[in-house]
Design a protein around this ligand. Sequence first.
Ligand code: CA
Length: 227
Amino acid sequence: MRILIAEDDEVLSDGLCRSMKQSGYAVDCVKDGQAANTILSGEQPFDLVILDLGLPKVDGFSVLRGLREKNKQVPVIILTARDAEGDRVKGLDLGADDYMVKPFSLPELEARVRALIRRGQCGVNPLFICGMLTFDSVGRRASINGTALELTTREMSVLEALMLRTGWVVSKEQLLERLYSYAEEASNNAIEVYIHRLRKKIEPAGVTIRTIRGLGYVIDSMPASNT
Ligand code: CA
């Protein structure tokens, strides 16, 4: 899951960025509306945008309007000042999905982020099953026969990408995209390390991750050994 945070207040932006990363999201941060427009018109899609309305260069309203005019349906949470009821109304009218009034609590914002991402996935079955391995895409939990699997946030992201496309090839580029924001140094070797660790952890479920040379990886249940 990729999140864009557009906020010019350094302290708030850093805090948001840190907490979203800890929750396992790939996070990009921009400090003005122009940079937000640039990154949003790029190739990599975001799953959610946290958008401050009072941004330098181009304000948040314009960023939001631009997004909706291009028919981009990415969920947007706007951040507004305490005494700006008019701004909240205008933001919602322009197509924001939710808003937070500053100052706000991080746990509440995180809960709203989860709710919006869940809504964005509605219609999609949140449970993905492969062999004895179950992946809950809403709760972001993996289990083998009901026993929770202990995974790091990066391992979880790799597993999520593979489970959402069970039986299909997921390229290394797609995995890198999910794991790292633009600012982070991404390495192909890191992906190989995560795949290696995941293979060991999911083996008891009768599931493996096959390497398809030159194409990527595919998660699949292993053929029974006694047949
Ligand atoms: Ca601001």
